[in-house]
Design a binder for this molecule. Structure first.
Ligand code: ATP
Ligand code: MG
Length: 567
């Protein structure tokens, strides 16, 4: 019954009804016993030789992994996990770059009843230790070349971990057996010895924890967000937004280690029965290489963060012959200038989406829908959103307030289970809402406009300043690559906006450049919102998921102020 219900909703979404119809008829299924990997993935994958995953790298390696291949491989992983003692609900940290193994491991953990907790490979050792402790991790899958990093966290590893699985060539433990229980150290190659058929010895309920993430850490220390087996079902809203369908080759530019990877590298393509495309590159992000892969492998649907689109726009986009049909971006507010340029260069509408680690796609510009400049779109099917005051009263059209998700009578399936912090849970689940922490307003046609994270929005001379709005204006200047607007104080100690700016590679910071930007600002921005200060930086402080950490810019600004006063 559960599978039928899930497939019914999935097929409805995949028929891409128009937005109004989709919102009207979209009903979350009530699933009691459901394991997405066992019940759904295996169902579509059995004897299916379509490509589920296309992996390419810089050494010319090309792997076309079929659905059936991944079904069998993940069964081997599940059998292996059972053998090494994984119990239902045990948390497993996966600290790996994109590879075919990564995807069979993710499926295998789901099948074995474990909880996936991804971690970015560039995470410093101390953070890894802290996360193992905070989340009570029992097992770790780690890429071979990150193994040496683990030697620094021996004490925590000995205390918490049962086993470390090394997905690489080094097979020796980096832990001493001197203290604690010392986890067993296993080479991933062992998985080859296990059977390709798997049957679980337990029932998975949809409310069992499945996939949990640490947030990006843009505003504060990363928080652990837990999701259950309803989560992949919740991602049908993400699928509807991306517009991916069977036969598509979907490329999501995102490193594993954060929620966006689960959103758009796992659940979107596989709920659509499409092909997920993975490109593992050496060294630094190189837009030219990425663009030529998009061309060569005939990518049809593409999801990339704003920072990537900005880099693409510096390239000669018109010179590529793309097969792209749908292009989307989520995770940060999308400046209208970027959308305009993309349209000009490749004649496609770059559609924005809004969501969080705590949710699936909540707001978006959906396929075929009219878009409005500066708006992130309309509420996703299955999500009932309200704009709220601090007292949780409904705001009027056009008035700023916090985005709240109505969770009564039905909580959208993509909304988090909980944080691992009861005070935080109490502060976000209130009055029948999940409170997002983001400020926005909505117009009479139901279009949402992002104003800022509730913590980033500030007042200057009693006017509300939306950093995003001011940044979008400044982005229209041809020399600007990135900009972040934060509050600072002027000589009278009044709060005023300040713009931190990173210039495009061909421009050099100078007094003349600053004056030119001030002239541009005077021309385009209302007096009360105009940044009074400009400071050029070589780059911005960013999270692992490439978001600008405004908090760090504010702190840095305070510091240099204090220094100046002292001087
Ligand atoms: P942390 O919660 O640790 O501070 P984070 O909020 O950046 O980090 P994520 O869950 O990755 O972690 O990001 C979600 C946030 O990103 C949203 O709450 C919102 O502020 C921002 N965001 C996502 N999509 C958009 C969008 N389309 N427009 C504006 N902001 C967006
Ligand atoms: Mg957040």
């Amino acid at each position: 019954r559960e599978l039928e219900e899930f497939l019914k909703l999935r097929d409805f979404v995949l028929s891409y009804p128009d937005y109004e119809q989709c919102r009207r008829e979209f009903k979350w299924p009530h699933l009691t016993k459901f394991n997405w990997a066992l019940d759904y993935f295996d169902f579509i994958a059995s004897n299916n030789n379509d490509t589920a995953l296309l992996f390419v790298d810089d050494d010319g390696k090309e792997i076309w992994a079929s659905y059936d291949f991944l079904r069998k491989r993940s069964n081997q992983v599940a059998n292996f996990l059972k053998e090494i003692g994984l119990q239902k609900r045990d948390r497993v940290m996966v600290m790996m770059e994109n590879s075919v193994s990564l995807f069979e491991i993710l499926l295998g953990i789901m099948k074995a009843g474990g909880v996936i907790i991804p971690a970015a490979t560039m995470l410093p050792a101390e953070d890894v230790a802290e996360r193992i402790e905070t989340a009570n991790i029992k097992f770790v899958f780690v890429d071979g070349d990150i193994v040496p990093k683990l030697s620094k966290i021996e004490v925590i590893a000995n205390k918490y971990l049962n086993a470390v699985v090394n997905v690489g060539n080094h097979s020796n433990s980096v832990f001493n057996n001197s203290k604690g229980k010392s986890p067993i150290w296993i080479n991933y190659i062992e998985v080859d010895n296990f059977k390709e058929e798997y049957s679980p010895s337990f029932i998975t309920y949809s409310t069992d924890e499945m996939y949990s993430f640490f947030t990006s850490g843009t505003t504060a220390k990363p928080k652990l967000v837990t999701h259950n087996h309803n989560y992949p079902v919740g991602h049908l809203t993400t699928l509807y937004w991306v517009g991916c369908t069977r036969g598509d080759i979907h490329y999501n530019i995102s490193a594993p280690g954060w929620a966006k990877h689960a959103w758009s590298s796992v659940f979107v393509p596989w709920n659509a029965q499409a092909t997920a495309f993975i490109y593992k590159y050496k060294g630094r992000f190189n837009p030219k290489n990425i663009l030529s892969k998009i061309e060569k492998y005939k990518i049809t649907t593409l999801c990339a963060p704003l920072s990537v689109w900005k880099l693409f726009l510096i390239e000669n986009l018109k010179s590529y012959k793309f097969s792209l049909r749908e292009i989307v971006s989520a995770g940060e507010p999308l400046n209208p200038e970027v959308i305009k340029k993309v349209k000009e260069y490749i004649n496609l509408n770059l559609r924005e989406g809004y969501g969080q680690t705590e949710s699936t796609l909540m707001i978006g510009n959906f396929k075929g829908e009219h878009t409005k400049k500066g708006s992130m779109g309309k509420a996703a099917p299955g999500y009932n959103l309200s704009i709220l005051s601090n007292q949780l009263d409904l705001k009027n059209e056009g008035e700023d307030g916090q985005i709240g998700v109505n969770i009564y009578p039905i909580k959208p399936l993509g909304i988090l289970n909980a944080y691992n912090d009861s005070a935080k849970n109490e502060s976000v689940f209130k009055g029948g809402y999940y409170l997002s922490g983001d400020t926005a307003y909505v117009d009479k046609d139901g279009y949402f406009y992002f104003v800022g994270r509730t913590d980033d929005v500030f007042k200057s001379l009693d006017y509300r300043i939306s950093p995003f709005e001011v940044e979008s204006e400044i982005m229209e200047h041809h020399a600007v690559l990135e900009v972040a607007v934060v509050p600072t104080t002027d000589e009278r100690e009044m709060i005023v906006p300040k713009a931190f700016i990173v210039l495009k590679p061909d421009y050099i910071p100078s007094r003349e450049m600053a004056l030119e930007l001030f002239r541009f600002i005077r021309k385009h921005i209302a007096p009360y919102k105009r940044p009074r200060f400009i400071e050029f930086l070589d780059s911005f402080p960013k999270t692992v998921s490439a978001k600008i950490i405004r908090k760090d810019l504010r702190e840095y600004d305070q510091k240099i102020k204090k220094k100046k006063i002292k001087a």
